[in-house]
Write a protein that binds this ligand. Structure first.
Ligand SMILES: Nc1nc2c(ncn2[C@@H]2O[C@H](COP(=O)(O)OP(=O)(O)OP(=O)(O)O)[C@@H](O)[C@H]2O)c(=O)[nH]1
Ligand SMILES: [Mg+2]
Length: 334
């Protein structure tokens, strides 16, 4: 039977007919679909392939309201076009930079905030948080109260940025409800919008994230996925390099320092990844797609899904990487 009942974990419409279909549950008396049930109880993950049509529909719908939007982004994997959302919807918007805990403690929050205040189309407010470590959540709630226009506040952002984790944290901290949204390390966990009443004055609306087809997470197996996703504070690895020297990250990325003065490359990536020098006589990973960057002083090369490399001096750098994974250069974030 098709019901009018929706999964409390991911928002999908529940059904008990097609075991392989989205929203399947053994009984319509259940509150969760089978996928959410398994994620929650057994930590078993099942990937769902999602198109972005629904995301765009939802965004359009949000744009027709006057409601406040929280745009959640993952500090280690910030999208190049972070203000694109501002072009899509005119709503008041707070940029919530999540997962502060994976960056080294020495990283100054003020510096990050300043970085984002200098954008062309700045957000109404920028806040750095860690949903998992409960960092700055009280402050975020205060800002929500300050900026909200109605009870409804939308939570949007790329898949895996931590939207559902944040809402669960707010639920846990500020409501008596024992509801919990489904969270998982894999992309496309939340499948549809889910309304969550935090209190009389605040209803958060969780949304499915934008799936970024150019992220490395789409092109690796489960073991590699675990390796690239940091769970702890990153210990950045710095290499002093001269031209002609090479560094590789597992069998994912090769970095060749081609031209320039002595330089310093610092890798902000999961501690579980093996990052090492290799002799430039070796052709490791040169079968991957090559990109050449002529970069100025104090730049980062960002590798979608993997993290970023902080570079001090100007020079020419070649990187070798899966052709489907996007990269970009920005001013040093930290
Ligand atoms: N280290 C760290 N990990 C976090 C934090 N917040 C969320 N995560 C992790 O990020 C992953 C994705 O979290 P979700 O809350 O499911 O992300 P989402 O944005 O709801 O993703 P979709 O529903 O797929 O759009 C999970 O593995 C979380 O544990 C944080 O503050 N720090
Ligand atoms: Mg979610």
């Amino acid at each position: 039977m098709n019901s009018e009942k929706y999964c409390l974990g991911c928002g999908v419409k529940l059904q008990d007919e097609n075991v392989l279909g989205e929203g399947y549950t053994t009984s319509l008396d259940n509150d969760l679909c089978q996928r959410c049930f398994r994620i929650k109880n057994y930590g078993e993950y099942q990937t769902v392939t999602k198109s972005n049509d629904e995301y765009l529909e939802i965004i359009k719908g949000i744009g027709e309201t006057k409601d406040l939007v929280l745009y959640i982004a993952d500090l280690l994997n910030l999208e190049e076009d972070i203000t694109k959302i501002r072009e899509l919807i005119p709503n008041k918007m707070i940029l919530v930079l999540n997962k502060k805990d994976v960056l080294p403690k020495s990283v100054k929050e003020e510096k990050i905030i300043e970085y984002f205040s200098n954008l062309d189309n700045p957000f109404d407010k920028v806040i750095v948080i860690s949903s998992e470590k409960n960092y700055n959540i009280d402050y975020l709630l205060k800002q929500i109260k300050l900026y909200q226009t109605t009870n409804n506040v939308y939570v949007v952002g790329h898949t895996n940025a931590g939207k559902s984790t944040l809402i669960n944290k707010l639920l846990k901290n500020y409501s008596t409800s024992d509801r919990e949204l489904t969270m998982s390390p894999l992309p496309s966990t939340t499948l549809s919008t889910v309304k969550i009443d935090i209190n009389e004055y605040l209803t958060l609306i969780d949304t499915p994230g934008l799936v970024d087809s150019e992220s490395l997470v789409n092109y690796i197996n489960e073991d590699e996925f675990k390796k690239i996703s940091p769970r702890k504070e990153i210990k950045p690895k710095t290499f002093q390099v001269r031209k002609g020297q090479s560094i590789i990250v597992e069998d994912i990325l090769r970095v060749d320092y081609i031209e320039g003065e002595r330089n310093s490359l610092t890798f902000y990536m999961s501690n579980d990844l093996k990052i090492r020098r290799i002799s430039n006589r070796h052709d490791n990973l040169k079968d991957l797609q090559k990109r050449s960057y002529d970069i100025g002083f104090n730049k980062d090369i960002c590798i979608n899904g993997l993290g970023f490399i902080k570079i001090v001096n100007k020079g020419t750098i070649d990187i070798y990487l899966d052709s489907k994974v996007s990269t970009y250069v920005r001013d040093n974030l930290i």
